[in-house]
Design a protein around this ligand. Structure first.
Ligand code: OFO
Length: 183
């Protein structure tokens, strides 16, 4: 009896997204190594933590494919991006990458809706919410570096950003968590 509850099309698409999450982990990992090498230990710490988050996203996809009765395929991961030129470039590329990932997540939501695969649609909502947080986090990083002077930020400003990122929480506050007492 066939117990596979995923269409081949969706299984393939979720599998591709699973590989994309693994690629994201490699990108964050390589940027973390770059940051550490440049002396930004706080930024490196933040990026190492984020690499682990992306790996967890990959695991969620892998588990979902298996739980629905299909077999994940562990595919090669593309090489990470080249090193950024400076912190402004690093945060800019992270933001662009997260926006690109949001598009990929939306595509899976669309596909599951077209197939009326509500289990997958429901599963993907976790990623929709996660992407709001990831984009917010990347926007916050960009705002910090902009205030500090962008690619012309001076050493003091960069030092402060680096220290802040060492203890910056992994998740940005979502709009749903905000109240008038806690803006
Ligand atoms: Fe950076 O986010 Fe995964 O999905």
């Amino acid at each position: 009896m066939n117990t596979n509850r995923l269409s081949d099309t969706l299984a393939h698409a979720i599998n591709s997204q699973m590989t994309k999450e693994a690629h994201a982990a490699q990108i964050y990992l390589s940027y973390a190594v770059w940051a550490d090498n440049e002396g930004y230990e706080g930024v490196a710490n933040f990026l190492f933590r984020h690499a682990a988050e992306e790996r967890n996203h990959m695991m969620k996809m892998l588990e979902y494919i298996m739980k629905r009765g299909a077999k994940p395929v562990i595919a090669p991961i593309p090489a990470p991006f080249a090193d950024p030129e400076n912190l402004a470039d690093c945060f800019g590329k992270i933001f662009a990458h997260e926006v690109d990932n949001t598009q990929a997540v939306y595509m899976l939501v669309n596909m599951s809706m077209e197939e009326k695969d509500w289990a997958t649609w429901n599963f993907m909502q976790w990623f929709v919410k996660e992407q709001i947080e990831e984009e917010t986090l990347a926007m916050d990083l960009l705002a910090k570096i902009k205030i500090a002077g962008g690619k012309n930020a001076n050493g003091d400003a960069l030092y402060n950003i680096d220290r802040e990122l060492a203890t910056m929480p992994d998740n940005a506050k979502s709009a749903e968590q905000v109240t008038t007492a806690n803006p």
